[in-house]
Design a protein around this ligand. Structure first.
Ligand SMILES: [Zn+2]
Length: 466
């Protein structure tokens, strides 16, 4: 019944159109993100859930791009297309005039070769074209090291060569706690960045005037998560969380990342309600905000609900576009594998059959994993995700509605099966056990590279030892 309801006529397509076309890009802390929250509350009500509410949390600074402007002064004037990265500080009043220095892939050797020339310059970092999930993971992996080297070299700013062709621009941030980054940074259109690199390679100096008057709030800004619940019949205090993030970047309208999965989670609630089935435990359908600035919404949720995390059976997160769901990543929880396989037997028929044990600090399961709660993140084929990732082209027309309906069926069946099982799939881990998992999966190294580790060590994120 759940499958039939998910695949049949539904408000899913119209919901996605409204969220992306009418509300548009939804940067955490912006008016559009607030509108999306209000809209999602209503959409959940229509889905027939037992309860829906919002929970506020604070984002350290609000951010919006200003009138970014760059002018090539030498060797001659030419057009350069660029955008500020997210949560980049503004350039100094009136902008900066600087030479561009090519630092290749930005590794130690490249900065050593650039030497003194990088001081007070804008360093240009090359990239490879983004094609696979591994390429994307690598972009995030090498970013913080390059920024640190640029700072050490005394660079005035970083120009990142776009990893997408055809003048396509996108927005990222390396911030992991919603605070402003330290160095001004911009994404430069691939073709323009290559042209700059060719000038430099031919021995000509390239000098630009860069003005990035980004708007930064003077104090923290409020943001909200949306939480809807279908109450369980036997153990209503225990719950499975099915979640996706509602916020997005705003060059496009956040359709693949992650509007499609936000409306998918609402539709999974609708399909379960419509099926008439009531699971043993409760299901909480959560749309997080603040994901793009360091998973701030799910972090806030885990913190606010710490007292009931012993009763949280699992977190199931969707954040990989609309490509075919092949199964789930279990975030290193080997101990949960046999029980997950058994519980998700009904989902096999929809093609979600493979389980992986990788763990990453890249979406909203992260803080639940750090709290010892078993987590499942949908593994999906890339489809057209990479080209459009965080880009101006991430719009409604990129989403395959039939594929998204199938995803809703998988998500609904998964959440229902985990909530309805006689036993939970795995117990909550202690801090010592979590520590072992972070080490074993390599997540510890990733957290150290990306700046999460200090937050885990000082107790801001993750389970305490008591
Ligand atoms: Zn996302």
């Amino acid at each position: 019944m759940v499958i039939k309801s998910a695949l049949g006529p539904s408000p899913l397509e119209e919901n996605l159109r409204y969220l992306t076309d009418v509300i548009g890009g939804r940067v955490s802390g912006s008016a559009a993100a607030d509108r999306a929250v209000g809209w999602a509350v209503e959409a959940f009500r229509h889905a027939g859930v037992d309860e829906v509410l919002t929970e506020k949390f604070l984002i350290p600074v609000g951010w919006a791009e200003g009138q970014t402007h760059v002018e090539a002064l030498a060797p001659e004037p030419f057009r350069v297309h660029l955008v500020s990265t997210g949560w980049s500080p503004p350039t100094a009043e009136g902008g900066i005039t600087a030479e561009i220095v090519d630092v290749g892939n930005g590794d130690e050797a490249a900065f050593a070769k650039a030497g003194e020339a990088a001081n007070a310059a804008i360093v240009l970092v090359h990239s490879k074209i983004l094609v696979t999930w591994d390429d994307l993971i690598n972009e995030y992996k090498i970013g913080p090291g390059i920024i640190a080297r640029a700072q050490k070299a005394g660079a005035a700013a970083i120009f990142w060569m776009s990893s997408r062709p055809n003048l396509l621009l996108y927005r990222h941030t390396s911030s992991v706690d919603g605070k402003l980054e330290e160095l001004p940074q911009a994404i430069v259109a691939r073709e323009d960045a290559e042209r700059i690199a060719r000038f430099l390679a031919s021995g000509q100096k390239v000098r630009v005037h860069l003005d990035m008057p980004n708007h930064v709030s003077t104090s923290a800004v409020e943001s909200e998560n949306v939480i809807a619940e279908i109450r369980g019949r036997e153990k209503p205090d225990e719950f499975v969380l099915l979640g996706a993030h509602l916020d997005s970047w705003e060059l496009g309208t956040g359709a693949l990342d992650n509007g499609c999965n936000a409306v998918m989670v609402i539709d999974a609630a609708r399909a379960i309600h419509a099926s008439g089935g009531v699971p043993r435990r409760s299901i909480r359908f959560v749309l997080f905000t603040g994901e793009e600035q360091g998973m701030l919404g799910s972090w806030a949720y885990a913190r606010a609900h710490r007292a009931e995390l012993d009763r949280m059976a699992a977190a199931v997160i969707f954040d990989n576009g609309d490509g075919r769901v092949t199964g789930y990543s279990l975030g290193g929880r080997k101990d949960a594998l046999p029980a997950v396989r058994q519980a998700l037997e009904p989902v096999r028929q929809l093609g979600a059959t493979e389980f992986t044990l990788d763990a990453g600090a890249d979406t909203d399961n992260f803080d639940f994993l750090l709290e010892g709660v078993p987590t499942l993140v949908a593994n999906q084929e890339p489809a057209n995700y990479m080209l459009n990732y965080h880009a101006a082209s991430d719009t409604f027309d990129k989403v395959d509605i039939a594929a998204l309906k199938k995803e809703a069926a998988i998500a609904a069946l998964t959440a229902y099966a985990l909530a309805d099982g006689e036993e939970r799939i795995a117990p909550r881990q202690s801090r010592a056990e979590i520590e072992g998992l972070l080490n074993e999966t390599g997540l510890e190294q990733e957290m150290k590279r990306e700046g999460f580790w200090k937050l885990w060590e000082n107790g801001d994120r993750g389970r305490s030892s008591e």
